[in-house]
Design a binder for this molecule. Structure first.
Ligand code: NAD
Length: 496
């Protein structure tokens, strides 16, 4: 079996990991298809990348932001040129169907064009000074060397949400992609390199979280960490990063609810639920993993939902007729299977699915059936914990207030959705649902790059990607210019 070997990108050079070891990247639809061998990096590799980034930062920070933005614009155009190839690479390494991986690349294109425009809009603030003949302003400065740690489910879009704002703001970056999906990060960074990004401004260090990821979090010269992944790892990163007083942005898990009221357009709610629960094989942080049904429509909705879930075509995402690809790896299959067992033990009713598919066309991949549980109560673990697979829990309620209470009863707070024709309830839900994102008459998935993206409670620590990313990747500097030619003491001389 032949496959390419990839190296880390450090200071513009492709360099093998010091360990000499690699990690294989396998196609989850067919494990005999090896995408490539990627470096298994440790602290030494991270240290080299940080040194290269530090050197590059010295000049990159002085490039005017509109010039930096032009590189992003060209990178966006490079992504447009290679969209189909990059989508196919992504389906091979991650599994989701081509329509979705084209969407993932498109999201990176959208982000490039959106953030390129921000190069001429890094606004600061001027304000009157309390003293005469004194000018006061605040300007945005880059943070410095920043570390970006990304998950496998949006292998190009999520790196682009971090890299592009970090770059336009003048930071130098080290990105550590997930071990399951490094190729899409290489493709994204290649688009930047081909667009003229100077060496060392972006460095790629591949490896596991506990080796390469942890070293990045602990390195004293890294000023900020932007992380997307599980809440368990996010908590660990925040604690470790505190030792060197780093800024930390955490985007983490979800247990997202779609609420269907009894006045909803039921067919629309069904389309939304099916896409929200089983799109990306349920492996989205915003995936619909709870469907809250008013008792008046629960029976009809459930019957139609299960009938449609059973018909979904599962297979290799490179086949255009397939609707659901594999889960990304065996560990995710084990998690789905564990939650199915748990839900059954807790008394939930399995309506369809519940098993890994291991025969015939599925024999060499990691596939799991679309799975629906009814009779779920809010206290069951299947109703509270993130599964990150094609497993959805149906929960019934009697009143709107009860639905909002159930939706808010979990530790997470990423996305929520309400299907109704009642404008008063829609606005009440927009106000009262504890989540970073609320959709009305649309599924819990489908964020656009120019709105704030992130969540509350255990989902995030208060930062946002999209609109809000520049707040994380810049630091405010206050500048006072005194042209009075005498000493003026703030709070003292202004009393005269
Ligand atoms: P994960 O937390 O296992 O890994 C995420 C990244 O962190 C990977 O690159 C991993 O190598 C790295 N990592 C792991 N341990 C580390 C450590 N000790 N120090 C530093 N880095 C470490 O998550 P995953 O399985 O890749 O992704 C799935 C999770 O991501 C889900 O919980 C999902 O909800 C979440 N997610 C959240 C968002 C969001 O924006 N809120 C988006 C996508 C995914």
């Amino acid at each position: 079996m032949t496959y390419p070997t990839y190296h880390n990108l450090i200071g513009g050079q492709w360099i093998p990991a010091v360990s000499g070891k690699t990690i294989l990247n396998l196609n989850p639809a067919d494990h005999s298809d090896v995408i490539g061998a990627f470096p298994s990096s440790h602290a030494e590799d991270v240290a080299m990348a940080v040194a290269a980034a530090k050197k590059a930062f010295a000049t990159w920070r002085l490039v005017p932001a509109p010039r930096r933005a032009e590189i992003l614009l060209r990178a966006g155009n490079n992504l447009v040129q290679n969209k189909e190839k990059y989508a196919r690479d992504m389906t091979r390494e991650m599994g989701k169907v081509l329509a979705e991986t084209r969407g993932d690349v498109q999201e990176a294109i959208d982000e490039a064009f959106y953030v390129a425009g921000e190069g001429r809009r890094l606004f600061g603030v001027t304000t009157p000074s309390e003293l005469q003949n004194k000018f006061a302003m605040s300007v945005r400065m880059p943070v410095g060397v920043v570390g970006l740690i990304t998950p496998w489910n949006f292998p190009m879009a999520i790196p682009s949400w971090k890299l592009f704002p970090a770059l336009v703001a003048g930071n130098a970056c080290i990105i550590k992609p997930a071990t399951d999906t490094p190729l899409s990060t290489y493709n994204l960074v290649q688009a930047l390199v081909d667009a003229g990004l100077p060496p060392g401004v972006v460095n790629i260090v591949c490896g596991t979280g506990s080796t390469a990821g942890a070293a990045l979090v602990e390195h004293p010269d890294v000023r900020a960490i932007s992380f997307t992944g599980s809440s368990a790892v996010g908590s660990l990163i925040a604690q470790r990063a505190a030792a060197t007083f780093k800024q930390v942005s955490l985007e983490m898990g979800g247990k997202n609810a779609q609420i269907v009221l009894n006045d909803a357009n039921l067919d629309l709610a069904l389309d939304g639920a099916l896409w929200g629960a089983f799109g990306t094989t349920g492996q989205r942080c915003t995936a619909t993993s709870r469907i809250l049904l008013h008792k008046g429509i629960a029976a009809e909705f459930t019957e139609k939902f299960v009938a449609r879930a059973k018909k979904l075509k599962i297979g290799n995402g490179l086949d255009e007729s397939v609707e659901i690809g594999p889960q990304v790896n065996a560990a995710q299959i084990e998690t789905s299977a564990r939650y199915v067992d748990l839900a059954i033990k807790e008394g939930a009713q399995l309506l369809c699915g519940g098993h890994a598919l291991t025969e015939g066309p599925y024999a060499h991949g990691t596939f799991f059936e679309p799975t629906v549980f009814a009779g779920v109560t809010p206290s069951m673990r299947i109703a509270r914990e993130e599964v990150f697979g094609p497993v959805v829990a149906l929960i019934e309620f009697s009143t709107f207030d009860e639905a909002v209470e159930i939706a808010n009863s979990v530790d997470y707070g990423l996305s929520t959705s309400l299907y109704t024709r009642d404008v008063n309830r829609a606005f009440t839900a927009m106000r009262d649902l504890e989540a970073g994102i609320t959709y009305i008459n649309a599924p819990t998935i489908g964020a656009e790059v120019h709105l704030p993206f992130g969540g509350v409670k255990h989902t995030g620590n208060g930062h946002r990607e999209g609109l809000g990313a520049l707040d994380f990747f810049t630091t405010w500097k206050a500048v006072y210019v005194d042209y009075s030619d005498k000493l003026q003491r703030a709070q003292i001389d202004n009393a005269e």
